[in-house]
Design a binder for this molecule. Structure first.
Ligand SMILES: Cc1cc2nc3c(=O)[nH]c(=O)nc-3n(C[C@H](O)[C@H](O)[C@H](O)COP(=O)(O)O)c2cc1C
Length: 193
């Protein structure tokens, strides 16, 4: 998946670079919402699909955030590979990381310190992001293949979530996404709050 022309922002002051790693597109929607919030506050922000991000993109960013979703217990391999390859550039500017998963619909697991996937990723990387967030994702049963649909329904049944195979369930708290957008706008502006 590539970013749309509207979100590429080529030729404008890059400001905050919002990188997303996604399977089904929901993390891109969150990235675009963050971008909209930063822009509404007068900041510059660019959204880019993480695999398309080059060293030059990072070098011209005044701040960077990486967002990545979970599938069967793991962020996509591209996330750790990117972080390992670009760790110095990430650490050289204000930086942040967020994870998207459905476990985060549960109280406590919606916090960085309580979310097992974000904690696992942090244990596996040397980069120490300055800001962290976790957002609950989305389950679109009709769009899934039969095996994935069955697997997710079983997991949801075990964790007391919705199992209607005709349902689309969005757990994302967009107010929390907006609040993180405000945090990122301050971070990108060099305000350490
Ligand atoms: C096949 C599949 C496997 C998933 N596995 C997990 C999982 O192990 N843990 C979890 O919390 N969420 C899991 N999810 C939920 C996703 O993280 C959620 O749907 C998220 O919104 C996906 O974001 P994306 O569209 O950016 O990839 C899974 C979703 C699917 C479709």
């Amino acid at each position: 998946m590539t970013s749309t022309p509207a979100t590429q922002g080529t030729g404008v002051a890059p400001g905050l670079l919002i990188l997303y790693s996604t399977t089904d597109g929901h993390t891109r929607h969150i990235a675009e919402r963050l971008q909209a919030r930063v822009q509404a506050l007068g900041g510059a922000a660019r959204v880019l699909h993480l695999p398309d991000c080059t060293a030059a993109d990072l070098a011209t960013a005044s701040a960077v955030v990486i967002g990545a979703s979970i599938r069967y217990g793991h962020h996509r391999p591209e996330v750790e590979a990117f972080i390992a390859r670009h760790q110095a550039a990430l650490a050289a500017r204000p930086n942040a990381l967020f994870s998207v998963n459905v476990v985060a619909r549960k109280p406590g697991k919606d916090l960085p310190e309580g979310n097992p996937y974000l904690q696992k990723l942090l244990r596996r990387i040397a980069w120490r992001p300055q800001r962290l967030a976790v957002f609950a994702g989305r389950i679109d049963y009709p769009s899934l293949g039969p095996l994935d649909r069955t697997m997710i329904r079983v997991i949801m049944w075990m964790t007391r979530g919705p199992t209607d195979p005709r349902g689309v369930f969005e757990f994302t708290d967009w107010a929390r996404v907006d609040a993180f957008g405000e945090t990122l706008a301050r971070l990108a502006a060099g305000q350490n709050r």
